[in-house]
Design a protein. Structure first.
Length: 193
């Protein structure tokens, strides 16, 4: 089994690159952003609660997100591995993920951090907001999301750096070139299928 965390600020391309990675390496994609948006669109109690935070550019409480991830991992016990996209976003989430994987006798093998300058992040997300209708892709909310990232999520990089799992990749090249750079790191662990 090979488990990868794709890490980076909002708009750095985690979702975009995850799609390519899971197809190329036959891995299972777990995006907490997608899972939460699905709950919101189905008007579930969890979605109604999560929307309050997402619309303000804030992180959804840890216990909500960790519960979602745990049941998602259990759905595909035979997966070749997982790409965690947008998770963990806090140290508490990172520790919970380690425990969940340890229980399944596996671990996080690699954390790839996408590095993109802030003006480019804002440009990408504002441009996506013009067509996606995502309520968190307005300039005001994007600025809050980036602040929340620096405050709560960026410290998670140190957690993984400490265990020698963190590699940083420049994420402001084209989607194809960024994917090539990510693949170079992943190929050290598994090869495309
Ligand atoms: P997410 O859905 O995870 O999304 P994201 O941070 O906006 O984007 P991502 O980095 O995936 O960028 P993308 O590829 O889409 O989070 C949304 C919200 O959900 C959070 O703010 C939070 O409230 C909540 N949430 C999610 N996970 C949580 C957790 N674990 N704990 C608590 N709360 C959580 O790319 C963005 C745009 O850039 C796209 O339009 C794309 O086409 C473009 N793009 C990508 N790569 C490009 C490139 N190389 N060049 C040019 N454009 C590019």
């Amino acid at each position: 089994m090979f488990n990868l965390v794709l890490f980076g600020p909002p708009g750095s391309g985690k979702g975009t690159q995850s799609e390519n990675i899971v197809t190329t390496y036959n891995l299972h994609h777990i995006s907490t952003g997608d899972l939460l948006r699905d709950e919101v669109s189905r008007h579930t109690p969890l979605g109604t609660e999560a929307k309050k935070y997402m619309d303000q550019g804030m992180l959804v409480p840890d216990e909500v997100v960790i519960g979602m991830i745990s049941s998602k991992i259990d759905e595909t016990p035979d997966a070749r591995g997982f790409v965690f996209d947008g998770f963990p976003r806090t140290r508490t989430q990172a520790e919970a993920l380690d425990k969940l994987l340890e229980f399944k006798q596996t671990k996080i093998h690699l954390v790839l951090s996408l590095d993109v300058p802030e003006p480019e992040l804002i440009k990408r997300l504002v441009s996506r907001g013009e067509t996606s209708g995502r309520s968190d892709d307005t300039e005001e909310v994007i600025t809050k999301r980036i602040k929340e990232y620096h405050l709560k999520t960026q410290p998670v990089a140190n957690y993984y750096f400490g265990s020698g799992k963190l590699e940083t990749v420049t994420g402001n090249h084209t989607v194809t070139d960024t994917f090539k750079a990510l693949s170079k790191q992943i190929n050290k662990y598994i090869l495309p299928i």
